[in-house]
Write a protein that binds this ligand. Structure first.
Ligand code: MG
Ligand code: ZN
Length: 219
């Protein structure tokens, strides 16, 4: 009985996600659903990314958090359109929440839309919101066992950004193990290694995004 309810919920979500996707495509917006555990560095990555690309690409952001506006304020300070979504306890974003947020984003003037999901390694991966691609951030401090322990997010994502590589010397984390196990779950996964603190590796990531926004629809 419980399974049946969840299935119906996911089907309803999928219909709204399709509507969102159609609206975004009509407006020529490429949308990235950014997911990670709390503290992996989604907002820091967004700030760095916007700083690098905002002169070339028009960017908008939807910030998902359980409560508060801290992350949206960091984005707002950069001068790009941002909407803060507070889920009031829900541990992921769903397509209905994004449909509401899209009413407050000037879609016609945006080429690249980032949706920062609620920090959570589990259920954000279960809910499509109308994105073109899901991108996952994993901090090296989370450990190299995460791909095999939380495979769904790695499976659903097109891109994996491994962050905080500057901290590697202070951990026992095996970067090759992260790559190997993530690719065993999702052989097509595109992997970037970055440090948002030092800036290492960010050019590869922003070059990749810059190429996306020329409207190829490929990732
Ligand atoms: Mg954040
Ligand atoms: Zn959830």
């Amino acid at each position: 009985m419980k399974l049946r309810i969840v299935k119906r919920l996911l089907e309803a979500n999928e219909r709204i996600a399709e509507e969102n996707r159609r609206l975004l495509r009509e407006n020529g917006v490429f949308t990235i659903n950014l997911m990670s555990a709390p503290g992996a560095g989604k907002t820091s990555l967004l700030v760095r990314t916007i700083e690098a690309l905002m002169d070339k690409v028009s960017i908008g952001v939807i910030e998902g958090d359980i409560t508060g506006t801290d992350d949206a304020e960091r984005i707002d300070a950069l001068g790009v359109p941002v909407v803060q979504l507070n889920t009031e306890g829900a541990c992921h974003l769903d397509a209905g929440m994004i449909r509401e947020a899209l009413e407050d984003i000037p879609l016609g003037g945006i080429e690249l839309l980032f949706i920062e999901n609620v920090g959570n390694l589990v259920c954000p991966a279960e809910f499509n919101v109308g994105e073109d691609v899901k991108a996952m951030v994993l901090s090296v401090t989370e450990g190299d066992d995460k791909p095999l322990k939380y495979p769904l997010m790695f499976k659903e994502s097109g891109v994996l950004v491994i962050n905080k590589t500057d901290l590697l010397p202070h951990t026992d984390v095996d970067m090759d193990k992260i790559r190997r196990s993530a690719l065993s779950i999702n052989p097509g996964l595109r992997i970037f290694e970055v440090s948002c603190r030092t800036g290492t590796g960010l050019t590869e990531w922003t070059d990749y995004l810059g190429a996306l926004s020329v409207g190829t629809g490929m990732y």
